[in-house]
Ligand binder design. Structure first.
Ligand code: PHE
Length: 437
């Protein structure tokens, strides 16, 4: 079976940028803004931050520990520490990867299409109609396939030559774009009302189960947790890496980008008085209101809009790479296939999974609900139980590179009790919401 020695990241920065690249994506800009709009602004942001710390960080560290400790892809890593009966959980991760990348790539395709529109004809007068035309059907399909092609090309290039190199170039660009957009938005007339909506906290909204499960699902989705992406990336790490610090950097950067993206999105939307439109379409919010804003801003709007959609596309690509890598690494480990062959076969399979999402917005929305609020939460629940209760000595695996850290006992306790309890409640809520629809 697998013969070549396992690849490793060339540098700590390379790993961190790749992991942050996985975390930062459509989740931070598209999903975060529409959920914030839907759940009352500041209250959602606060709850999301709290859950990132309380359940996101411990599960993130659990994935890093499992991946580095076993040095394998998810299926084999779980079998390594828990025995063969845990293998199906690994395959659940792979299935989640297939499903998520399928529709994720369709949305990423929209961002490419919008970037091109900014360059060629400028943003349309009626973005609602435009979005309707390009979001599903043949147009969506073509861009979805194009995006999958790019993703496959990067992953086929390997951990160092493909994933790490791409992240080193693209992530700094993305940070610069998002910060630049936020600074620009701050100068707009009417920005203040955007900030107010985004940052003022209406505490009555926090105590709703609906907000809770949306925020928890978002914490998992945004940190790429619950399906083995972080686990897989950590499997290419050496034992010198300080995993607790890495988890803090990844979670910190992920929240920061979402937060700064919100500082750009909400003033832009409110500056032109389009806030009423945001609630109308959930998945489409960003793709309808923002182009409307850009169209109303003349030539500047084309430049700003182009930069905005380029940032989205860049974020989407580095995240899509990690989704594909989970499946590719599993196929390589499980079947002994060589990387290129695995990538070239898995890529088209995922492209097929995405076709229904490219043909119907409703299907896409449902796939997103199932993936984000059910599969990832379920995966996270199992991971917490696995590292908290099943794995014999997680402390011994987190120690190397992080000797002397004092709060591992707290970490394990969180994984054992609070995290599973919260996740069971969230899962129950999500399932009810999904079945109720
Ligand atoms: N975290 C990515 C984003 O925010 C999405 C993702 C989810 C990537 C799960 C990998 C695994 O866009």
């Amino acid at each position: 079976m697998a013969s070549a020695p396992r690849e490793q990241w060339t540098s700590r920065t390379g790993f961190l940028l790749a992991a942050v690249g996985s975390a930062v994506g459509l989740g931070n800009m598209w999903r975060f803004s529409y959920l914030t709009a839907e759940h009352g602004g500041g209250a959602f942001v606060l709850l999301y931050l709290a859950l990132t710390l309380l359940i996101g960080l411990p599960v993130l560290l659990a994935e890093l520990v499992l991946g580095r400790g076993a040095g394998r892809s998810p299926v084999e890593a779980l079998a390594h520490y828990g025995g063969r009966s845990w293998r199906p959980l690994g395959w659940l991760f792979v299935a989640a990867g297939l499903l998520i990348l399928g529709y994720y790539s369709v949305i990423a395709g929209w961002t490419l299409r919008y970037a091109l529109t900014a360059v060629i004809g400028g943003f349309p007068e009626d973005p609602g109609a435009f979005f309707g035309e390009i979001s599903s059907g043949p147009a969506a399909l073509v861009w979805h396939l194009l995006f999958m092609g790019i993703t496959v090309a990067v992953v086929a290039g390997g951990v160092k030559g493909g994933i790490e190199r791409t992240s080193l170039v693209l992530m700094p660009l993305l940070f610069a774009l998002v910060i630049g957009l936020a600074v620009y938005a701050a100068a707009l007339d009417g920005a203040a009302s955007g900030y107010e909506f985004y940052l003022a906290i209406d505490f009555s909204q926090i105590w709703s189960f609906e907000t809770l499960h949306a925020a928890a699902g978002q914490a998992f989705f945004s940190l790429s947790l619950g399906m083995g992406a972080m686990l897989t990336y950590a499997s290419y790490l050496s034992r010198r890496e300080h995993l607790p610090n890495a988890s803090l950097v990844i979670a910190g950067a992920d929240f920061a980008v979402a937060f700064v993206a919100g500082l750009a999105v909400f003033p832009l939307i409110f500056a032109l008085g389009l806030s009423g439109d945001v609630g109308e379409s959930t998945v489409g919010a960003l793709f309808i209101t923002l182009p409307k804003t850009f169209a109303g801003m003349g030539a500047a709007g084309r430049v700003v809009g182009l930069l905005f959609f380029v940032a989205l596309a860049v974020g989407a690509l580095t995240s899509a790479i990690s989704l594909l890598e989970v499946v590719v690494a599993s196929v390589m480990d499980g079947l002994g296939w060589e990387r290129r062959r695995a990538a070239l076969l898995v890529g088209p399979a995922i492209a097929l999974v995405g076709i229904p999402a490219a043909l119907s917005l409703d299907v896409l929305g449902t796939m997103d609900q199932i993936a984000g609020n059910v599969l990832l939460v379920l995966g996270g629940l199992f991971l917490a139980v696995f590292v908290g209760w099943v794995m014999r000595d997680p402390m011994a695996e987190v120690q190397p590179g992080a000797e002397g850290v004092g709060w591992f006992a707290l970490w394990r306790w969180l994984l054992r009790i609070p995290v599973p309890i919260i996740l069971v409640i969230v899962l129950w809520q999500s399932l009810q919401a999904l079945l109720g629809e």
